[in-house]
Design a binder for this molecule. Sequence first.
Ligand SMILES: Cc1cc2nc3c(=O)[nH]c(=O)nc-3n(C[C@H](O)[C@H](O)[C@H](O)COP(=O)(O)O)c2cc1C
Length: 171
Amino acid sequence: MIKGSGANDMDDMMKNRAKDGIDRSGGIYTGADLSVDLCGIRLDNPVIPASGTFGYGYEFAELYDINCLGSFSFKGTTGEARFGNETPRIAECPSGMLNSVGLQNPGVDAVIAEELPKLAVVFNKPVMANVSGFSVEEYRTVTEKLSRSDAADMIGWFYGSRSCQSRSHSY
Ligand SMILES: Cc1cc2nc3c(=O)[nH]c(=O)nc-3n(C[C@H](O)[C@H](O)[C@H](O)COP(=O)(O)O)c2cc1C
C-alpha cells in the first residue's frame, strides 16, 4: 500500500521538525479537545481547507506540518486531465475575489500514480477525495479507480462536487 511506503521519510521529517520542541505529531497545539466526528471518522479538529484551495496537500508541507489540520479536500479530480478555463480566470473584487478555474487537474490516473504517493509521505490522516466530472459515468469511474487503487486507504470520504461548468454537459 502507498500509505506507509513513505514512513521513513515521514519519521525523519518529524524528527527534524521536533528539534524546535513543538509536538507536531498530528494534534493541534492547544490543551483543548477540538475533535469532531465526521461520518464516523474522528478528526483532531474541524479545520479543513476547501477543495481546490489546497492542491493535493503536499505542496503546503514545505511551509508547515499539514498534520495539524483535521483533514483537507484535495482538488476536484476528473477522469481525464484538464487545463481548466482560459486565463485570466481569477479576479479581485471589492469584497474578495471571483474565480472560475474550470476544474484544472491532472486526471485520476495521474492523481493515483503521482499526487497521492507524494501526499502519503507528509500526511498521516484520512483525506477527502473530491470527485468531479461531466457525466454520472465519469463520477462512477473516478470513484471506482480511487477506491480500487493503492491509495484507497488514504481516503476517508468521497466528496462529489458538481461545478457550474458541468451544467453544459448532460447527466
Ligand atoms: C482557486 C479556487 C479553486 C477551487 N477549486 C475547486 C475544486 O477544484 N473543486 C471544488 O469542489 N471546489 C473548488 N473551489 C471551491 C472551494 O472549495 C469552496 O467551495 C469555495 O471557495 C467556497 O468556500 P468559501 O465560501 O469559504 O470561500 C475552489 C475555490 C477557489 C477559490
